[in-house]
Design a binder for this molecule. Structure first.
Ligand code: HEC
Ligand code: HEC
Length: 151
């Protein structure tokens, strides 16, 4: 049930983007070096995952978050996604320090939810060798709950 609702609401978010950017150009994530071309994410050791985080995720996260809101996200560190004591929790995701995912996010904070759907989700999916959830056909294994706890 939640998935269905999610699809509908995400669809309305995406349709805004699709009307301007879809067909020709892929999302602005093609510059991310796809480290998974070497090895699938799931089979990497924690060290290898950390390496991907350092070399692929961090530079792009800095770029995207600070472009979206330099005041709020001017200083992106591992802790932005992993919480204040990442090592203590072994970089466990989804992070208890992030707000829980809720459908109401799309109404209460539309700008940020849209940024997440259009920029952050495609970027992290690409970095981990996954596909962003596509509300149009229900495909894609990377969802908001990769980082946010489920509702
Ligand atoms: C933009 C958000 C984001 C940032 C910033 C980030 N990470 Fe991650 N990280 C993730 C996500 C999402 C996962 C989990 C992917 C999954 O489901 O396996 C993850 C997983 C990891 C893992 C693997 C944990 C495990 O047990 O599988 C390590 C280690 C890690 N991150 C280290 C880091 C380090 C070190 C930094 C800073 C250099 C960092 N991360 C910055 C989002 C982020
Ligand atoms: C790669 C990890 C990641 C993914 C995937 C992700 N988010 Fe986020 N999200 C974050 C981080 C990090 C923040 C910043 C939290 C903070 O302000 O400290 C955030 C913040 C938000 C906020 C603002 C919360 C606030 O109170 O400031 C909303 C709304 C949100 N996300 C919705 C979504 C939605 C909807 C999706 C899926 C379309 C999504 N997120 C996917 C990491 C992620």
């Amino acid at each position: 049930m939640r998935n269905t609702l999610c699809a509908v609401t995400l669809l309305s978010v995406f349709s805004v983007a699709c009307s301007t950017t879809s067909t020709q150009s892929p999302p602005a994530t093609e510059t991310v070096t796809a480290s998974h071309e070497k090895k699938p994410w799931e089979t990497m050791t924690v060290e290898e995952k950390g390496e991907v985080m350092n070399t692929v995720v961090m530079p792009k996260a800095r770029e995207l978050f600070s472009a979206f809101n330099p005041e709020k996200y001017g200083d992106v560190k591992c802790s932005l996604c992993h919480g204040p004591n990442p090592k203590e929790v072994n970089f466990k995701m989804p992070s208890t320090s992030l707000p829980k995912f809720a459908m109401s996010m799309f109404e209460e904070d539309p700008e940020e939810a849209k940024f997440m759907a259009e920029k952050i989700l495609p970027f992290i999916a690409d970095a981990l060798g996954k596909k962003p959830f596509n509300p149009a056909d229900g495909t894609g294994d990377a969802k908001c709950i990769l980082c946010h706890r489920a509702e």
